[in-house]
Design a protein around this ligand. Structure first.
Ligand code: GAR
Length: 208
């Protein structure tokens, strides 16, 4: 059965593009019902529009300006997404931490991509942090993970897939980022397809 995705972005959207391309290429049994960005100038919004996917801009600032908190922001975002009845909510470069006001609406259905291995370098600067740790002699490799988001912890939760990526002595931030993104584009699609297939098999009783 074709799964319905809501994809949340904050920036370039290269991982969103990987999902769009995988669907078009028949490698991902899904449709993207909506792309949401918390940043108006996110290039991912243009990628979505080019692919004919509905987009929504959901900024935090108006909530802050009205003295409202994250919970109200998250509650409204959950309501916005619920209208599209997503099977999976995919955080593809979404730089915003969710409260339970959001997560309680979608238990076991929020999937996050993060450019580091489990337990390492949470937050928005994971690749920079890994490179700095490499230069301090603390690590020789970093990686990518896809995981479920069960609670408010940042870049943590049940791990669905990981890939290790060696760091090279001559790596710049740009070079390492390029290699990491290339791995992400494959891993995110494969992991989503695995989840979709698993749920589909469970529903049809296959694999029992
Ligand atoms: C990706 O590297 C993703 O793993 C990362 O943001 C980038 C988005 O790239 N996410 C995080 O750091 C989450 N903490 P994209 O906009 O080109 O897909």
């Amino acid at each position: 059965m074709t799964a319905t995705l809501a994809v949340l972005i904050s920036g370039n959207g290269s991982n969103l593009q990987a999902i769009i391309d995988a669907i078009a290429g028949g490698r991902l049994d899904a449709r993207i019902a909506v792309v949401v960005s918390n940043r108006k100038d996110a290039f991912g919004l243009i990628r979505a529009e080019r692919a004919g996917i509905p987009t929504r801009y959901h900024p935090l600032k108006p909530y802050r300006d009205q003295g409202k908190g994250r919970c109200e922001y998250d509650g409204d975002l959950a309501a916005l997404l619920a209208e599209f009845r997503p099977d999976w909510i995919v955080l593809a470069g979404w730089m915003h931490i969710f409260s339970n006001a959001f997560l309680d609406h979608f238990p076991h259905r929020v999937v996050n991509l993060h450019p580091a291995l489990p337990g390492q370098f949470p937050g928005a600067r994971a690749i920079e942090d890994a490179l700095a740790a490499f230069h301090r002699g603390e690590i020789r490799e970093t990686g990518v993970m896809v995981h479920l988001v069960p609670d408010e912890r940042v870049d943590e939760g049940p791990v669905l897939a990981t890939r290790t990526i060696p760091i090279r002595a001559d790596d710049t931030l740009e070079r390492l980022s390029t290699r990491i993104h290339a791995v992400e584009h494959v891993l995110l699609v494969e992991t989503l397809q695995g989840l979709i297939k698993k749920v589909s098999n469970e529903n049809t009783g296959e694999g029992d």
